[in-house]
Write a protein that binds this ligand. Structure first.
Ligand code: ZN
Length: 241
């Protein structure tokens, strides 16, 4: 079985289209979306429709819940807040309801778990940045691998006597161990690499591959400006931060 994983799309249709075309070439069996489909970018409605028609499972990101009115945006920075308010105007009632109904954690058989932030407090949308943060989620994990997003930086953590991590793009999944894989962001990478990030998990080879692909960053940035969204949300795409 081949899983195609994508998330943190952030309404960037240019990036999403290229990622989905790559996954199609890969002949993925099951698509999974890790949330933050919308927020920041210029094409929330299109990204929501493309994502929901393909993904067998989708978990909620903080931006999805914020737009759906399920999360207080007082703690969002000014640009994110502006994007939330703008995005609400672009989506239909039905689309907003779909975001509101997204679950926080999903476990697929005994194979895969997905969450946007952490397993210990998924509703808090905390970041896994340290080995200790990773440990708290690994303790709760009931499948060999958990895929997550949120930080927009690809990284994997492995359970062991002490938690270890790697930033390699090829990750071996130990069927008897536990691994967390942050797959990075389709639509707003923050690791100083502007290429869109996504992942393929081949269960036969027990291997996850993080992939990066170029897309038309200038077009996505221009559309952000044309939509009247803060210019910085377009600019940052060019630098991947
Ligand atoms: Zn995000």
């Amino acid at each position: 079985m081949k899983f195609g994983l994508f998330g943190d799309i952030h309404a960037n249709l240019e990036a999403l289209e290229v990622v989905l075309a790559e996954l199609e070439k890969e002949q993925v069996d099951t698509y999974i979306c890790l949330g933050d489909i919308v927020g920041y970018g210029a094409n929330p409605g299109e990204c929501l429709e493309r994502s929901r028609e393909l993904a067998k499972f989708t978990v909620a990101g903080n931006h999805d819940y914020a737009i759906a009115g399920k999360l207080n945006i007082d703690f969002f920075n000014a640009y994110a807040k502006e994007a939330v308010l703008w995005t609400r105007e672009q989506l239909s009632k039905e689309q907003i309801q779909w975001l509101r109904d997204l679950e926080l954690v999903h476990k697929y058989e005994d194979q895969v778990t997905i969450v946007h932030g952490t397993l210990n407090f998924p509703e808090m949308f905390d970041y896994i940045q340290t080995s200790y943060d990773a440990h708290l989620s690994l303790e709760l994990l009931e499948t060999p691998v958990c895929f997550l997003g949120h930080s927009h930086v690809p990284v994997a953590f492995f359970q062991g006597p002490t938690v270890s991590f790697t930033m390699d793009y090829e990750i071996d999944i130990d069927p008897n161990g536990k691994t967390l894989v942050n797959i990075g962001s389709v639509g707003q990478p923050r690791d100083e690499n502007p290429k869109a990030a996504y992942a393929v998990y081949d269960t036969d080879r027990q291997k996850v591959e993080i992939r990066r692909v170029e897309y038309d960053v200038d077009k996505a940035a221009r559309k952000i400006v044309d939509a009247g969204l803060p210019e910085i949300l377009g600019e940052r795409l060019k630098y991947g931060r």
